[in-house]
Design a protein around this ligand. Sequence first.
Ligand SMILES: C[S@@+](CC[C@H](N)C(=O)[O-])C[C@H]1O[C@@H](n2cnc3c(N)ncnc32)[C@H](O)[C@@H]1O
Length: 275
Amino acid sequence: MAPAPRDHRPGRAQRPAAARATSVARRPARGLQSAGHPPEPARGLQSAASPSLHPLPRWLRVGALGLALVLGTLAWRWASRRWSLPCPAWLAWVLEGDLADRLTGTATTLDRLGLAPGLRVLEVGPGPGRLAIPAARRVLPHGAVVGIDIQPAMLDRLRARAAAAGVTNLTALHGDARDLPLASEQFDLVFFCTVLGEVPDREQALREAYRVLKPGGRLSVTEIMPDPHYQSAATVTRLAEIAGFRPERRLGRWHFYTASFRKDPGAPAAPRPAD
Ligand SMILES: C[S@@+](CC[C@H](N)C(=O)[O-])C[C@H]1O[C@@H](n2cnc3c(N)ncnc32)[C@H](O)[C@@H]1O
């Protein structure tokens, strides 16, 4: 029997000229190949097959990211004047722990609130309880704190953290700052910290705070830069005055301040909007 042919490819002389040219272009240079380098494609073929992917310079990438962040923040701020777009509950961890306390001045804010034993306090938008939990401790004995938040997931986090801290005089309720599910004139202090700018109708939120405060009660608003929803002291004062409050004092500088307002002791009871 005749042995099977080892190679059926046409000989060099039989192969068409175009096929010979391609195989030459694919073949690496001999010297480089023997030195262990990977085969290097021919230059002409590379530029024709794939456009060169030069990365953008680092400064341009950092600048583009910064610009996107600023534009995103401005868009969120603008949209929050129309729709309720609260700080998402999955970001609650940002407001928890020692580092968050240091960066956001938790102890300073608590000192500025003027908490005292026996006070009945409402925090609007407590989130995971960075302030509400230690505030509840400061009003003991006999005092209590209520926290009302629009996001059930934030309230779950608040309840879990209050339980873990052994705090029992804190009640977490679901509700909207614009329509508090509470009877009128029952709190000595109502406070907001980095919340007011998240409420589409800030004026209505302050009217509700006025309604649930006892005559002579105090409203406290803390704003911190760079909160995307930061409100200037001038804006907060204007809105609080429209709601019926008398400005009392302001502590801190523009980038981290606490403004206090008073509901006059002789103020007539404010009816609920639906009453
Ligand atoms: C940036 S977090 C601040 C949390 C807390 N005050 C602090 O300083 O750690 C804002 C909180 O306000 C709540 N919030 C936003 N809009 C609200 C509304 N209309 N009524 C009640 N809570 C609201 C959000 O769900 C969120 O928990």
